[in-house]
Design a protein around this ligand. Structure first.
Ligand code: 5GP
Ligand code: ZN
Length: 113
C-alpha cells in the first residue's frame, strides 16, 4: 500500500531500528516504547489487521519471528507480552497488521478496562 507507514518501513523507504527480518516479516523498535523492550513484529504483506485475510502461513512466520525477537532481546527466560490491537475499540492507530512484543520488566495487568 503506497501510503502505509509500515509498508514503507518494510520496503526500507522509512528508517527503523530493525531487530529481525526475513522475506516475510520485519521486526523493529517501536518509536514510542511502552516498556524497556517494545518491538513491533510486522508481516511484510499488507493486511489492515488480524481480520483482513492474513494466512496461517503468515501467522506462523510471525510467531517464529516473535521467538527470534524474544531471544535477541533476552526475553526468553522471564517472558513477555504480545498484543495485536485490532480496530477502534482496541485503539489501533496504524492500519497494517502488527504485533507488539513488550517485556524487560514485570508488566502491569492494565490491559482490560
Ligand atoms: P497501534 O496503536 O496501532 O497498535 O500501534 C502502533 C504503534 O506503532 C505505536 O506503538 C507507535 O508508537 C508505533 N509507530 C507509529 N509510527 C511509527 C514509525 O514510524 N516508526 C516506528 N518504529 N513505530 C511507529
Ligand atoms: Zn501496509
Amino acid at each position: 500500500m503506497s501510503d502505509c507507514i509500515f509498508c514503507k518501513i518494510a520496503a526500507g523507504e522509512i528508517p527503523a531500528t530493525v531487530v529481525f527480518e526475513n522475506d516475510d516479516v520485519i521486526a523493529f523498535e517501536d518509536l514510542n516504547p511502552q516498556a524497556p523492550v517494545h518491538v513491533l513484529v510486522v508481516p511484510k504483506a499488507h493486511h489492515a489487521n488480524i481480520l483482513d485475510g492474513v494466512s496461517a502461513a503468515e501467522l506462523a512466520a510471525v510467531v517464529e519471528a516473535i521467538g527470534e525477537v524474544a531471544r535477541a532481546k533476552g526475553l526468553s527466560e522471564r517472558g513477555f507480552r504480545v498484543i495485536a490491537n485490532t480496530g477502534a475499540d482496541a485503539g489501533q492507530t496504524v492500519e497494517h497488521l502488527h504485533f507488539h512484543v513488550l517485556g524487560g520488566t514485570t508488566l502491569g495487568e492494565g490491559l482490560i478496562p
